[in-house]
Design a protein around this ligand. Structure first.
Ligand SMILES: [Zn+2]
Length: 174
């Protein structure tokens, strides 16, 4: 087993950090939260000789899931996650795109499999525990790799702030 590595690809006008998690040795991995700019994500995979075997979603906001169906078609892989509580958000992405005036093509997302608290997902030998962390979005999940002490937290934590709450489904804090 090679070392786990994470590459970041800023996508969408929101500059959301799409992540490519991969094994340093065999270059197999997954794409997490392809919100858009699918051509850019595909170019990064190609330029770094990384084979993505799945798409993992942390939650159903447009900047995290807006490009998932297009990327799924391009790669021929499954979309895994988030928790089913985000199904309504994922079914409403095209409306979100219109509301935000996005020009990038966005498609409503139907995951191949939803996740629940405590189960695991993996690629190669890299195993991630699924933590269901509702709040920012009802179906938000975190992918935690104990061996590498690495967690892909999506929007549960923002650098310098704690979770934005201006997107649909978020809990507003007072
Ligand atoms: Zn979000």
């Amino acid at each position: 087993m090679g070392q786990l590595n994470a590459g970041i690809v800023p996508v969408t006008p929101f500059q959301q950090n799409c992540a490519i998690l991969f094994d340093m040795d065999d270059r197999n991995g997954v794409v997490v939260d392809p919100g858009g700019d699918v051509d850019k994500i595909l170019a990064v995979l190609k330029d770094n000789a990384i084979t993505a075997g799945a798409i993992w979603i942390t939650h159903g906001h447009i900047d995290h899931a807006g490009g998932a169906m297009e990327l799924k078609d391009a790669l021929g892989v499954d979309i895994i996650g988030p928790h089913e509580a985000d199904r309504p958000l994922l079914a409403n992405l095209e409306n979100q795109a219109r509301r935000f005036g996005l020009t990038d093509p966005v498609r409503n997302c139907v995951p191949d499999r939803f996740l629940i608290e405590g189960e695991t997902v993996s690629f190669g030998e890299h195993v991630f525990k699924v933590l269901h962390c509702p709040g920012h979005a009802p179906g938000h999940v975190v992918y935690y790799n104990r061996a590498a002490k690495f967690a892909h937290v999506g929007d549960v934590l923002f650098r310098g702030s704690i979770g934005r709450s201006d997107l649909p489904g978020a809990i507003t804090r007072h």
